[in-house]
Design a protein around this ligand. Sequence first.
Ligand code: ADP
Ligand code: MG
Ligand code: MG
Length: 248
Amino acid sequence: MSRLEMRAIEKGFSGVPILRKVDLTVEGGEVHALLGENGAGKSTLMKTLTGIYRADSGEILLDGVPQNFHSILDSRKAGINIIHQELNLFSNLSIEENLLIGYEQPFRTAVGWIRSRKLREQTRELLQLVGLSRSPETPVSELGIGERQLVEIAKALQSDVRFLIMDEPTAALTDQETRRLFQMIDDLKRRGVGIIYISHRLEELFAIADRVTVLRDGMTVGTYCMREVEEDVLVERMVGRSVENRYP
Ligand code: ADP
Ligand code: MG
Ligand code: MG
């Protein structure tokens, strides 16, 4: 089973420290939530993990091997994929085109045509896998947010994904779409994929996560088992004062 570790990660912007010695360990086959108030550093941590930002110091290890990601392509090659809060699809292109983008010239040459037919089959299979019942030719502009999310997941699954990061994935979803997404996450988990799930909706964490790491002001507060931790305790860790004083 895979293991992803971030150790003592520090990251600042223009001399202002944002992440201060953050530790995070995620196992393959678990849903690991990242909990923290707005501005705690969750997105920055994930951008540092995926090579979008370079850490100022600290280590990233995959199965015990130190990694040095210079770009999001490096982390993707290593099997780490991120679905951003702001989805990255081209809405004027079709579902299929969005999935095929990134593959070099799939339609150009005769040889390319053959290759693209195989890719198109794979695309259809992927859409089935994520449960998106739409024709691959549908323009993304016609899709709801939940459906776009599924396209993003399909895109992430194109490469051999070992860890999938979801940054507040349900923010714009309906209840039904959220349930569908949770099913998808469960499937991925069973296939051994480690999910890093960013949300501040506690009821969701209790529904889907196995463990949670709490971040506050760019620092790791602790990692807890969802089955053993109480909601009040999590809130207290997250906001840094007792729950009774939350609304003074
Ligand atoms: P979260 O995702 O937990 O809401 P972020 O990681 O987005 O938090 O932000 C953490 C802090 O870092 C915030 O104070 C934010 O303003 C700051 N920050 C994030 N990205 C940048 C950036 N590119 N340049 C300067 N400051 C940033
Ligand atoms: Mg935020
Ligand atoms: Mg964020």
